[in-house]
Design a protein around this ligand. Sequence first.
Ligand code: URP
Ligand code: ZN
Ligand code: ZN
Ligand code: ZN
Length: 488
Amino acid sequence: SSSKILIKGGTVVNAHGEEVADVYVKDGIIVAVKPNIKVGDDVTVLDATGKFVMPGGIDPHTHLSFEFMGTETVDDFFNGQAAALAGGTTMHIDFVIPVSGSLTAGFEAYEKKAKKSCMDYGFHMAITKWDEVVSKEMEIMVKEKGINSFKFFLAYKGALMINDELLLEGFKKCKSLGALAMVHAENGDAVYEGQKRMIELGIFGPEGHALSRPSLLEGEATARAIRLAGFVNTPLYVVHVMSIDAMEEIATARRKGQRVIGEPVVSGLALDGSGVWDPDFVTAAKFVMSPPIRASGHDKALQAALSTGILQLVGTDHCSFNSTQKALGIDDFRNIPNGVNGIEERMHLVWDIMVESGQISVTDYVRITSTECARIFNIYPRKGAILPGSDADIIIFNPNSSFEITAKSHHSRSDTNVFEGRRGKGKVEVTIAGGRIVWENDELKVVPGSGKYVEMPPFTYLFNGIDKADAEYLSSLRAPVKRFKSTD
Ligand code: URP
Ligand code: ZN
Ligand code: ZN
Ligand code: ZN
């Protein structure tokens, strides 16, 4: 691949607008965006006439090489990223899981896993227990390791779940560090009760998973997390918003001016929950994720919320297991590893569902697949834009071509795909990552180790004015009432 690339004649789309222009890339950086750029013959020229030239996708939510529920995801930091690049995503943010509660050990483990990366990546960190060591480690993660977000699990009782006391401690710590608190919002105690109900009723199949954790439990946990974040006055990011119940809580909070971000994922936007009712176990089990993919209607409502700005960006929660791994739960849905694919499919499906359907503009597409993520995690305009000085992470998208999704042709190592058979208009024809052409003519040219770790600084725009709000709150409190003993 050449270190100099000229993309000629395309419609360059940023979240802030579009224009017909050439894009000149040198040594991994975009150096010019303007019409009629002239270059020498040492430059690789790509003709983008009639096509869109857009920032590569940024997936805010993935799990590569994730050890979970007694097994490990099939997609690692090399092949999962290769799949992403084939689908037009050029950066992802993965979740570091602490090792025996140690953030430092977790970070080191993920640093190792990510050594073979072929695209840029960042990390969120999960918080699964609380003590002075964890509190100190959070500070180290933010100040020295480039992490500016922490995920708290209100579900997975007995494993990753934390209680409200820890959640409050975590929120306070996040606020003091300028880090964004994220929540997996399902009531884990109630899910546990729901699972017992299913077992009592003799429901052991994949449908029991969805039935045991209905959307009201997602609504409850979302409402609770929002109110506790409001109590602490710190911004909140709700990951994988799967239901109307959760979305409406986010809508209400945002209407009142609270800083809450909602992330739907492509499985929740593109599918309904009928898959888990398939009589074939493997076909049903591949759809098992948490929170579950909901009944028909939630998908459309989430799309509408995305188009009106109630929800801000789209992730995948890519967490891929194969049929053999899903079969760990053949006798009991509680043992089916939770997770679905999406890292390769997100850009195509969001285009099809949101743009092709007429729900959003092309500039909005760039915002929800790339720019908003870069802004929220404080790496804009290095990422999420086609501007001079930005990293050369670019896709050439042909709106008149088409895509088709099959497990046979996808780049994940899984033998199944939850979007099997989906077709639509639009196709990522070229992906440029870090200034290299990595996807062209349906072929990957990826290099292990070429992906860079992207440090994300704290105190995003979401924190602007929070001190002032706190000061106003304090000054609104009356002075303590002086009381005297009745005997005085
Ligand atoms: O089912 C899911 N979502 N698996 C990945 C872990 C998580 O909760 O994000
Ligand atoms: Zn070359
Ligand atoms: Zn989660
Ligand atoms: Zn996840």
